[in-house]
Design a protein around this ligand. Structure first.
Ligand code: PLP
Length: 222
């Protein structure tokens, strides 16, 4: 795997997405592949840009701020998504920098983002992160708190794109993906950000619209 060229890895991930989509009678084009480029530098990101990939993910505001202005210069259509946790005091930087935010998980952050969007004039789509396995150490709102979080978003007209989850490690993820899909459906939300290197195929069969992949594209992180 680590010997394959970046373009070959990209093809391999895209082809797995297409197979999973086909199984579920979905169109591969319904699934956006987010290449999560956290900790990666220009030497590994540029080859993906050259291979035509345009959608990337970062988990830290500061790292993204340092890397992406130069990387995206002169390249059309680049999108950078924030997939990591966001502190309210970084909301303005995040609104200015990112094209989507996948980690909105509490009313105070909803308020901060609404203010930030007003100030910056930018409206990145927001995914509400759900702590789908009810794990104390994990980010995300509790399943029971999702209706209240959605109400908070509506109150300030936050652009809600959908739901996001990171299921518990080391267990079968399918039931968690299915639950997130059900919640999105119940609330009339189209976007489903779920699935990482180990489980994006399963996520796609269960309705993922956005998969967030790092290791399969960049190799193991040191
Ligand atoms: C790093 C990361 C991913 C990708 O992880 P891999 O398993 O290496 O593909 C996906 N989502 C989030 C939130 C991440 O931080």
């Amino acid at each position: 795997m680590t010997d394959a060229s970046p373009a070959a890895r990209l093809d391999s991930v895209r082809s797995d997405i297409a197979s999973a989509a086909k199984l579920a009678r979905r169109e591969p084009g319904e699934v956006t592949l987010i290449a999560v480029s956290k900790t990666q530098g220009p030497e590994t990101i540029t080859p993906l840009l050259e291979a035509g990939h345009r959608v990337f993910g970062e988990n830290r505001v500061q790292e993204a701020e340092a890397k992406w202005p130069a990387l995206r210069e002169g390249v059309d259509g680049v999108e950078v998504h924030l997939v990591g946790q966001l502190q309210s005091n970084k909301a303005e930087e995040a609104a200015a920098l990112f094209d989507a935010i996948h980690s909105v998980d509490r009313p105070s952050l909803v308020t901060a983002l609404a203010t930030a969007m007003e100030k910056t004039g930018r409206r990145p789509g927001c995914f509400l992160q759900v702590n789908i396995g009810d794990e104390p150490q994990k980010g995300g709102c509790a399943v029971a708190e999702l209706p209240a979080l959605l109400d908070a978003c509506r109150e300030v007209s936050l652009p809600v794109a959908g739901l996001m989850c990171i299921p518990p490690a080391e267990v079968e993820p399918a039931p968690y993906f299915a639950l997130l899909a059900k919640l999105a459906q119940d609330h009339g939300l189209a976007g489903l950000s779920m699935g990482m290197s180990g489980d994006f195929g399963t996520a796609v069969t269960l309705g993922a619209t956005h998969v967030r992949v790092a290791t399969r594209l960049f190799g193991e992180r040191s």
